[in-house]
Design a protein around this ligand. Structure first.
Ligand code: 6DK
Ligand code: ZN
Length: 369
């Protein structure tokens, strides 16, 4: 049983510039120029660790293609598509929508390759060429909404691939599990009224976007109950996340019985991330992956396609990525030299206030049928 892996060097050429990530360099305000926080390094370094560790030899390489305009238009407005295309021709590129999601000249083609990359990974999984797989794409996608990009995202990569799976590949029920530390608001928005796509987002409570991802966001009309949000308190570690997997994610999937599971995989919930305050270790990501695989084997022939999202510590993210992908491939753990440091941090165990929140969400799972 093969595990698919998709990466392309040109993802590293998506140019987010040097504006310190959120606030453009402004000497008068004391803002020094720096790399944008969403830069190529974390992704490149995951890929390099996959090669150097030898895991690459256990993986089946899947080649990306560009998403077509028609595929992008399945979730986005023509306005958004054409604005990205136009700004992509500007000499210095443009911005996907909120002023801190910049892209360089030619950024449209790279964003279309990211969306198309997730499409081809989903195709490989659905056709049975591979059992599961990881698309290490960039720019990320889970914040992009119909008419705009935001939060470093240009197009909704995973949502575009999910629509493709439904409309073209004939997949009926799709579950999305988003473990990026930020709320998967974009993905949720596309399927908010759709009872055939279950979206579950585990994120740090009110981290990004502002005021998004409360547990009261549950879907609309026929889709009510088919959006689940688990806004974990800051400081949640492996214990809290695994409790959420056992109490919310696994039972929700078992009730929903998906034909395919998609994962929006960010590593910004790690204990070393600069953009959030969670405590996950590579072992936490490994165990979450294993739990999902067990459920997937039970429900949908093991079919899981993961799409890369955030994660901002260039030193630690590669070990988290390696743990997830080697688990998907059934490979032995290679290394995580930081594990003693991060797993030894106080508060890794499930804390009472984390349990209370997860239990509150668990009570909503019964509305899924
Ligand atoms: N900005 C992502 O990792 C992107 O989910 C995260 C984007 C975080 C932006 C940081 C932030 C604010 C907060 C308040 C008001 C304005 C801006 F998409 C992924 F890359 F995956 O907190
Ligand atoms: Zn994120």
């Amino acid at each position: 049983m093969a595990t698919g892996y998709l990466y392309h060097e040109i993802f590293g050429w998506h140019d987010t510039g040097s504006n310190a990530g959120l606030f453009g360099a402004d000497p008068a305000a004391g803002l020094q120029p720096y790399m944008h926080l969403e830069n190529a390094e974390t992704k490149r370094r995951i890929h390099e660790l996959i090669v150097v560790s030898g895991l690459i030899d256990r993986l089946e390489r899947v080649r990306p293609r560009h998403a077509s305009e028609e595929e992008i238009l399945k979730v986005h407005t023509r306005d958004h598509l054409e604005r990205i295309q136009a700004e992509s021709r500007w000499p210095k590129g443009g911005d996907a929508g909120d002023g801190f999601s910049p892209f360089g000249k030619g950024g449209y083609e790279i964003a279309a390759l990211a969306a198309g990359g997730v499409i081809t990974m989903v195709e490989a999984v659905v056709s049975g060429d591979v059992t599961n797989g990881y698309a290490l794409v960039r720019p990320p996608g889970h914040h992009a909404v119909a008419g705009s990009g935001m939060g470093f995202c240009v197009f909704g990569n995973l949502a575009i691939a999910a629509r493709h799976a439904r409309d073209v590949l004939g997949v009926r029920r799709i579950a999305v599990v988003d473990w990026d530390v930020h709320h998967g608001n974009g993905t949720q928005s596309f399927f908010y009224g759709d009872p055939d796509v279950l979206t579950i987002s585990l994120h740090q409570d009110n981290c990004f976007p502002p005021d998004s991802g409360a547990l009261t966001e549950r879907g609309d009309g026929a889709g009510f109950g088919y959006a689940l949000n688990v806004p974990l308190p800051p400081g949640t570690g492996d214990g809290g996340y695994l409790y959420a997997m056992d109490r919310v994610v696994a039972p929700a999937l078992q009730r929903f019985r998906p034909d395919l599971i998609l994962v929006a995989s960010g590593f910004d919930g790690s204990a070393m991330d600069p953009l959030a305050r969670q405590l996950l270790t590579s072992e936490g990501y490994r165990t979450m992956t294993r739990r999902l695989m067990e459920v997937a084997e039970d429900l949908c022939g093991g079919r899981i396609a993961m799409s890369h999202e955030g994660g901002y510590n260039p030193v630690y993210v590669p070990f988290c990525g390696l743990a997830v992908i080697e688990t998907l491939a059934g490979a032995e753990p290679f290394a995580d030299p930081f594990l003693p440091v991060v797993s030894g941090m106080a508060g890794q165990d499930l804390q009472p206030h984390q349990k209370a929140l997860v239990d509150e969400v668990a009570a909503l799972v019964g509305d899924i049928s």
